[in-house]
Design a protein around this ligand. Structure first.
Ligand SMILES: Cc1cc2nc3c(=O)[nH]c(=O)nc-3n(C[C@H](O)[C@H](O)[C@H](O)COP(=O)(O)OP(=O)(O)OC[C@H]3O[C@@H](n4cnc5c(N)ncnc54)[C@H](O)[C@@H]3O)c2cc1C
Length: 212
């Protein structure tokens, strides 16, 4: 069991759930099953915090009408949540951490595992392409090196790229020597995968994690 330390609201829809770590170990990019204690309903959430941090954190979007994402937001600090795991293989192989160059493509809270990568591996050579609807969804963007972050905003006019991550990928020259991680909704993952493959990126250089 892990106690809730804090719920940090980032926007009307999104929050960071901070839990006591209690010695829990994981590889950045893995997920856990989380739920309110005794509710019997759990959902998967990717680790958001780094492996060397004191607490465990998760970046969660409250889905309208959703069961777990809405109830977790209401838990009081000090109360316990149920946590199982870690699970999954959306991780970086240790020998590649300091030798490969990475492109992380995530929509919405799909940026969560990349936050864990960046917090865990200070020497990582990465670019993040984050697809969001409006600028209120620039969650914790100060945690990334600004020269490594491209934000694609699809439903608000702003100073940066206007459109979806897939629109952005279609406009740039795709580097063929990088390793690609895609995370978020399935539609984006399918489309981005096709764009990368058609550009000549080998399938074994593309890793995916679908949230829904
Ligand atoms: C491997 C994995 C890792 C995940 N990591 C995260 C994470 O780090 N952060 C996070 O916020 N979610 C994450 N999810 C999604 C999460 O597990 C839940 O599906 C989500 O929180 C909705 O659960 P719920 O019980 O509130 O809604 P439910 O009662 O299950 O139903 C909500 C409906 O909304 C859809 N839905 C699910 N997620 C979204 C979304 N983000 N936006 C719009 N519709 C959605 C579902 O398909 C479902 O039809 C992850 C999913 C997987 C499979």
């Amino acid at each position: 069991m892990h106690k809730v330390v804090e719920i940090r609201n980032l926007s009307p829809s999104t929050y960071v759930l901070r839990l006591e770590r209690n010695g829990f170990t994981f590889q950045p990019g893995q997920c856990v099953n989380l739920g309110v204690k005794g509710s019997g309903v759990n959902r998967e959430y990717s680790t958001y915090s780094g492996i060397n941090e004191l607490y465990l954190e998760f970046l969660i979007k409250e889905v309208k009408g959703g069961t777990v994402s809405t109830t977790l937001r209401k838990v009081e600090p000090g109360s316990e949540v149920e946590l199982h795991g870690p699970y999954g293989s959306f991780v970086i192989e240790p020998q590649k951490i300091e030798t490969s160059r990475f492109v992380f493509i995530g929509t919405g809270t799909g940026i969560a595992p990349f936050h864990s990568f960046v917090r865990s591996y200070p020497k990582l050579d990465y670019q993040i392409i984050n697809g969001i609807r409006d600028t209120s969804e620039q969650h914790d963007h100060q945690d990334y090196d600004s020269s490594r972050l491209t934000c694609c905003v699809s439903r608000e006019n702003w100073k940066g790229f206007n459109g979806r991550v897939t629109d952005y990928l279609k406009q740039i020259e795709i580097p063929l020597d990088k390793v690609y991680y895609l995370c978020g909704n399935q539609g984006m993952i399918y489309d981005a995968y096709d764009i990368l493959r058609n550009a000549g990126v080998s399938g074994d250089q593309i890793f995916t994690e679908a949230f829904f």
